[in-house]
Design a protein around this ligand. Structure first.
Ligand code: NAD
Length: 368
């Protein structure tokens, strides 16, 4: 039986509560003889700062580098609002993304039938929705230099951020999107603002080249990012895979997330370049934060975290059937009417984090 080493970073707030539920699901998969998982635990964010004054220690960075996959819950909270900027909780997350070279952020927006009412859009627009947003994560305006605020002689200030992309950065993210599309609906929508930005002109050119050279079998369309934002709320089911840069990806994936109802439902994956054996560095995390308002109450929704583990099975370990069964177990439990407080809607009662985890683990056990 294959064995995988998972570096688990529960982080802050509801992190430890939701990661505990992942271990239950992993136990069911090992019990069925599909794979073994070794969980090694570390500290990131505020909890790491409290333990050793850093947002992540060198020893934990080394463990993250050595693991088959990193599974992180969330970092941050008001307790660490005043710690120095370099060691703020988010610095641990950014260091992991940067040092592991995680340039491709995959954010599925999946609307479970049973939850279509929880969306801010009409049921018929979102029911059965299944979009994958592929966001470039290590380049663009968040990292480009110069990035500064300077004082002008007239007493005013001047702020500059720099949007910069090189060919190789666009080629590799486009390849991830095309590969992904081949395993789904075979369609990629590439998005930028080539009408007003030079980086958009290059983006469109390079994506078109990659398509022509290596993926002519996949349907490709280009859409300006503002138009795409509008189409996402007008008729979201027209999309399969969307590929876009760091800034637009940040915005558009948050819009897409609201189509599905609750932050507590959404997993994500961040992938690095493939090595000679085809293996990629990877980190899996829910889209939501540490939810300090509900931390310690045992009411957080563990589905985004369990879904993130499912993505690790799919994209790092090749356990496609087990990943499909986790999604089915989640869907079955929701269809049976089980709800945590965040997705309760008009239901009269809701269950705890651990009851939801137990129900998903049991549904999975039955299916295996
Ligand atoms: P948040 O995602 O933590 O919470 C937003 C709202 O959604 C809250 O009402 C929260 O209770 C609810 N929520 C989130 N996840 C939930 C879940 N699994 N189940 C039920 N309800 C859930 O975002 P925020 O309040 O803006 O930020 C709180 C802290 O988290 C801040 O310190 C922020 O910096 C940090 N944060 C971290 C990450 C990350 O680690 N990737 C992402 C976003 C925010």
């Amino acid at each position: 039986m294959a064995s995988y080493n998972i570096f688990l970073l529960p982080g802050d707030g509801i992190g430890p509560e939701v990661t505990a539920e992942v271990e239950k699901v992993a136990h069911v998969i090992s019990g069925a003889g599909l794979a073994k998982f070794e969980f090694e635990k570390g500290l990131v964010g505020g909890s790491a700062y409290d333990a050793h004054g850093q947002a992540i220690s060198e020893a934990d960075m080394a463990r993250a580098q050595a693991a088959d996959a990193v599974l992180l819950a969330a970092v941050g909270g008001p307790k660490w609002a005043d710690v120095p900027y370099e060691v703020r909780p988010e610095a641990g997350l950014l260091r992991l993304r940067k040092d592991l070279g995680l340039f491709a952020n995959l954010r599925p927006a999946l609307c479970y039938r049973a939850l279509a009412e929880a969306s801010s859009l009409k049921r018929e627009l979102v029911e059965g929705l299944d979009i994958m947003i592929v966001r470039e994560l290590t380049g663009g305006v968040y990292f480009g230099e110069p990035k500064e605020i300077t004082n002008l002689p007239n007493g005013q200030k001047r702020a500059v951020d720099t949007q910069v992309y090189e060919t190789y950065e666009i080629e590799r993210i486009a390849a991830v999107a095309f590969e992904m599309a081949r395993k789904r609906g075979n369609k990629v929508t590439s998005s930028e603002k080539n009408n007003v930005m030079k980086s958009g002109v290059l983006w469109k050119e390079v994506v078109t080249d990659v398509h022509k050279k290596s993926y002519p079998d996949v349907q490709l369309e280009h859409m300006l990012a503002d138009a795409l934002g509008m189409q996402l709320v007008r008729y979201p089911k027209q999309f399969d895979v969307i590929v876009t840069d760091n800034l637009f990806g940040d915005l558009l994936s948050d819009v897409a997330s609201m189509l599905t109802g609750s932050l507590g439902m959404l997993p994500s994956a961040s992938l690095g370049a493939a090595d000679a054996s085809g293996k990629r560095k990877a980190m899996y995390e829910p889209v939501h934060g540490s939810a300090p308002d509900i931390a310690g109450k045992g009411i957080a929704n563990p589905i985004a975290m369990i879904g993130s583990f499912g993505m690790a099975l799919r994209y790092s370990f090749g356990l496609i059937e087990a990943a499909d069964l986790i999604e089915k177990a989640i869907s079955d439990v929701l269809a049976a009417g089980l709800r945590t407080a965040d997705i309760k809607g008009d239901a009269t009662s809701s269950v705890s984090t651990s009851a939801m985890g137990d129900a998903i683990a049991n549904a999975l056990k039955k299916a295996l």
